[in-house]
Design a protein around this ligand. Structure first.
Ligand SMILES: [Zn+2]
Length: 530
């Protein structure tokens, strides 16, 4: 199979029919493809990134004008077929050792041989199997994969690679990075869903005239080893487009030796891959990489390099909105380059009536173990550059007070529950999760009101701050009552609960961020009355 000419990408056309397409068919206009349909959520996210990477590498627009033209009218599928065709030799799924094979070590002949399930990030490793902790994928259920699933597993692993034991390197963005992709809300073609996430070449990612460029596609040359005599790979050592094609793991598929049914997608009569070889000390990405599709946390003291944001316990929600759209001064989170570019350049080229959203996804990794897969959709508001500065400051005020309220609620619920709360262990993160969910709709309601203010407005109506304070107060108390009063009657100590509730109210009202909300509301009111 060749990833640029074979029809291997699972997709859905406008009339609802499922099909497999070659990459150039994303530009077909007759009954166009509207969505991808990979057999697993992590494959779906990876497949989007594969196609975005391909567009960025082979046919990136010269400037924003060309970007906008192509958004409205895709390049012809014939043109795309030719453009991708030039890169075809680098995209064979398997080839004899010594010839390039997609995302595989050029010359790897010996190495540890593993079952194909080892390519899946949530597949249990040796130790996990031994400890009987294989809760995502039970050991032994995936033994053979079709070429399409094998290609997706390989790309998903190289893109997200967690640490895999001594010398088995993590991905270019670290293990299990978050990815944020812009998406149109409502009907749109797959082409638009992808093209929204392509940068024009004036943003620093120039395409290469040389299609077999090993500085972009690292599997075209000998692997840059990172063993004792090897070295790390920094941004200056390669072409920036390698960010889309990182290859931290040294892997070579063993040729498909049988045919039959794929254990992941269920397709029949296909050649099946069941084993691969691997070695450690592959490409070791270090230094200040900034992958265009990922938000990063910048060190507020500017002493350390930025770190890609990762999936975390508690999942994703509106508390990430500011950091994923612009930047959150509270923790240093900053939007991905693709989102920054949207607000700086693309936003004004697009019809502001057409709503967009931000699709955020990624693994929550506990070192080598996949704990959870998270996905979340955040609303995107069309904002003029002069609005952004203001909205950002206003939102920061709302977010800070919410971020202060969540741990307060957790603390006092525990005080209501236990005589000695400080000794109570156990995960009570679900209290925070409930709090964030309970306040989410109101947050977006107020954010919508702020975004709708006239472009020159430099103040928020005072009611917004007062409104948010009431939302927080009400949610904190309702959730406190909900959690403390549902305890079994025997353990219910009403006096302890009432005391904890009083303390919660007092503490809530004396918090700096809550006082700040109240003052802002008051000051604005006085000015308005003045
Ligand atoms: Zn399959």
């Amino acid at each position: 199979m060749n990833l640029l000419s074979s029809q291997w990408i699972p997709a859905i056309r406008r009339d609802g029919s499922q099909c497999k397409i070659a990459p150039w068919q994303i530009a077909e206009t007759d009954n166009p493809v509207v969505e991808l349909c990979a057999p697993r959520a992590d494959f779906q996210g990876a497949l989007y990134q594969f196609l975005i990477g391909l567009l960025q590498t082979c046919v990136a627009p010269e400037d924003i004008v060309e970007w906008e033209e192509r958004y409205v009218e895709p390049m012809s599928s014939r043109y795309l077929q030719e453009a991708f065709g030039a890169w075809k030799d680098a995209f064979a799924l398997d080839a004899e050792v010594g010839s390039p094979a997609f995302l595989q070590d050029l010359t790897l002949e010996d190495g540890e041989e593993k079952g194909i399930a080892g390519l899946l990030i949530d597949a249990p490793g040796g130790k996990t199997l031994k400890d009987n902790l294989d809760f995502f994928i039970k050991g032994g259920l995936v033994n053979a994969l079709c070429p399409s699933c094998t290609a997706l597993a390989l790309f998903t692993l190289q893109t997200n690679a967690p640490s895999g034991g001594v010398g088995h390197r993590v991905g270019l963005r670290g293990g299990g990075p978050l990815t944020t992709l812009l998406r149109p809300v409502g009907d749109s073609s797959l082409w638009q869903k992808l093209w929204l996430n392509v940068l024009d070449q004036e943003q620093g990612l120039k395409t290469s005239a040389e299609s077999m460029d090993a500085s972009i596609l690292p599997w075209l040359a000998l692997t840059r080893l990172s063993d004792k005599s090897g070295k790390a790979t920094l941004p200056d050592d390669t072409h920036p487009l390698q960010m889309y094609w990182g290859m931290p793991r040294r892997i070579r598929l063993c040729p498909a030796s049988q045919s039959g049914e794929c254990d992941l997608c269920g397709e029949q009569d296909l050649p099946l891959y069941s084993r691969y070889r691997t070695r450690n000390y592959g490409v070791n990405y270090e230094g200040p990489w900034l992958h265009p599709l990922t938000p990063y946390r910048f060190d507020l003291k500017k002493e350390n390099e930025p770190l890609s944001l990762k999936g975390q316990k508690g999942g994703l929600g509106y508390r990430h909105w500011l950091g994923f759209m612009f930047h959150d001064d509270g923790n240093g989170d900053r939007a991905s380059i693709i989102v920054q570019d949207f607000f700086n350049n693309k936003s004004r080229e697009l019809d502001s009536e057409k709503q967009l959203s931000l699709w955020c996804f990624g693994y929550d990794m506990d070192n080598m173990k996949a704990r959870c897969w998270y996905e979340h959709i955040l609303p995107v508001f069309h904002l003029e550059p002069e609005q952004i500065v203001n909205v950002q400051a206003w939102i920061q005020t709302l977010l800070t007070s919410a971020k202060d309220s969540a741990p307060l609620l957790r603390k006092y619920v525990k005080e209501g529950w236990y005589r000695r709360p400080e000794d109570a262990t156990g995960d009570v993160g679900f209290i925070d999760t409930e709090f964030w969910q309970a306040t989410e709709n109101d947050f977006y309601r107020l954010l919508g009101q702020m975004a709708a203010l006239p472009v020159g407005a430099d103040r928020v109506p005072p009611e917004i701050y007062g409104d948010w304070r009431s939302v927080l107060y009400k949610s904190v108390l309702e959730l406190f009552d909900h959690f403390t009063l549902q305890t079994s009657v025997e353990e219910l100590d009403l006096k302890r609960i009432v005391n904890a509730r009083d303390a919660l109210v007092k503490k809530f009202n004396s918090m700096k961020s809550i006082k700040h909300l109240r003052e802002k509301g008051q000051v604005a009111k006085e000015v308005a009355n003045g």
